[in-house]
Design a protein around this ligand. Structure first.
Ligand code: KG4
Ligand code: ZN
Length: 375
């Protein structure tokens, strides 16, 4: 029997990840984090990442198969329909490890190989579903029927910040993206200035809960431009100057630190929601999805939901009484916001349905700068 399970692998950055997926249902989602290894560098160090991926990949893949109830010995019996792997974007030495492993698995078990774009995976991550106790839930078709297009996907991670609009799964238009740092990168850099440790995003979220977001007046970037692009480098510079003007990080009181985190986080998210609001004014999207590491942040989710409901309210007040709600979707667990392979498997499921498998698996090469929407 072919259960159409997909084994997915992601080694695009600093996490070694493998998962088993059925349709959009996550059967296992294993992530070996390298955060501790990279902490001394305050960022990801590519050669360290590659070595750690090489040490972890076999164990991580075996664990994902085991947790999904697919023993490696049963692979050959046909429960797996395909092997999927992140082809890009990402760090070239890191991507290579996952691709080599996926090629070997596909060859050994005579399975098709599916190449997935990591940003597409973050964009579709809100579609992933938890396993039901009663077993596999045959949800792929149901999920897709439920989607009302056009969809706007907001991908906010440590490496990318993009607005992606689509009328169908698999065909994407990037309508705006950051011109410099990514939102997560900006939070991490501000956190570094505050000696918060790496990655700083979750710590800033925690401290921000105890501070006043309006205490320090951060600027709102790119309000003069008419496009939907973003820029975070000005906020970073503003933060650096503000710390200096306050007498250096050592002289910040505990409450100043909380206010600083709340104000900086608010500025980063206000910039995103300001541009989001501009897009929904111009394009009548019916759903807004959020993915990427920063999507774990509850305040960002709250601010996006408010932007959507305020917009709908205003439209109705303007006379369009039956203006439809804009549905908001985000990943059901934080493990789907960070880098993971379950989201790679979700994309692979759609690709397999469309017959988009790699023609010559042996020749598959990494694409470190692969943009979503680019063939
Ligand atoms: O998607 P991800 O795991 O890796 C990339 O592909 O970049 O994203 C990591 C980023 C880091 O910048 C981290 O600080 C940020 O996501 N992040 C958060 C939160 N959790 C992770 N930022 C804000 N709030 C959070 N709760
Ligand atoms: Zn990512």
């Amino acid at each position: 029997m072919n259960d159409k399970l997909i084994l997915a692998i992601d080694t695009s950055c600093d996490d070694t990840a493998a998962a088993v997926i059925h349709g959009t249902t996550v059967l296992s989602n294993v992530i070996a984090s390298q955060t501790e290894l990279h902490r001394p560098y305050g960022g990801v160090f590519p050669t360290v990442a590659k070595q750690a991926h090489q040490e972890n990949i076999e164990r991580v893949v075996e664990l994902a198969l085991k947790r999904a109830g697919v023993g490696t010995d049963k692979l050959a019996k046909g429960r797996l329909a395909a092997v999927a792997v992140t082809q890009g974007p990402g760090l070239a030495p890191a991507l290579e490890v996952g691709i080599i492993h996926a090629k070997n698995m596909a060859k050994t078990h005579k399975l098709p190989l599916i190449a997935v774009n990591h940003i597409e995976a973050h964009a579709l991550s809100p579609l992933a579903q938890a396993k039901r106790r009663s077993g596999i839930n045959l949800s792929l078709n149901n999920q897709r029927r439920e989607i009302v297009f056009p969809v706007l996907s907001v991908v906010v991670s440590g490496g990318h910040t993009e607005f992606i609009v689509f009328d169908e799964i698999g065909t994407y238009t990037v309508v705006g993206k950051t011109l410099d740092d990514a939102a997560g990168e900006c939070l991490d850099k501000i956190g570094r200035m505050l000696n918060l440790g790496y990655p700083a995003g979750p710590i800033i979220e925690h401290f921000a809960k105890q501070g006043n977001p309006n205490h320090f007046k951060f600027p709102l970037p790119l309000t003069q431009t008419h496009d939907y692009n973003l820029s975070f480098s000005g906020l970073k510079t503003y933060a650096r100057n503000l710390i200096r003007d306050l007498g250096g990080v050592e002289s910040l009181s505990r409450s100043d630190l909380y206010h600083f985190c709340a104000s900086a986080q608010n500025a980063v998210f206000r910039h995103i929601t300001y541009k989001l609001n501009k897009i929904i004014q111009d394009v009548s999207v019916r759903e807004v999805w959020l993915g990427g590491g920063v999507a774990a942040n509850q305040e960002l989710r709250k601010m996006i939901k408010k932007t959507l409901s305020d917009f709908v309210k205003t439209e109705r007040k303007k006379g369009k009484a039956d203006y439809p709600n804009i549905r908001f979707r985000a990943p059901y667990t934080a493990r789907l916001t960070m880098d993971n392979a379950a989201m790679i498997g979700v994309v692979a499921g759609f690709k397999l349905e469309r017959g988009e498998v790699v023609k010559d698996a042996g020749e598959l090469d990494r694409r470190p700068r692969w943009e979503i929407g680019e063939q």
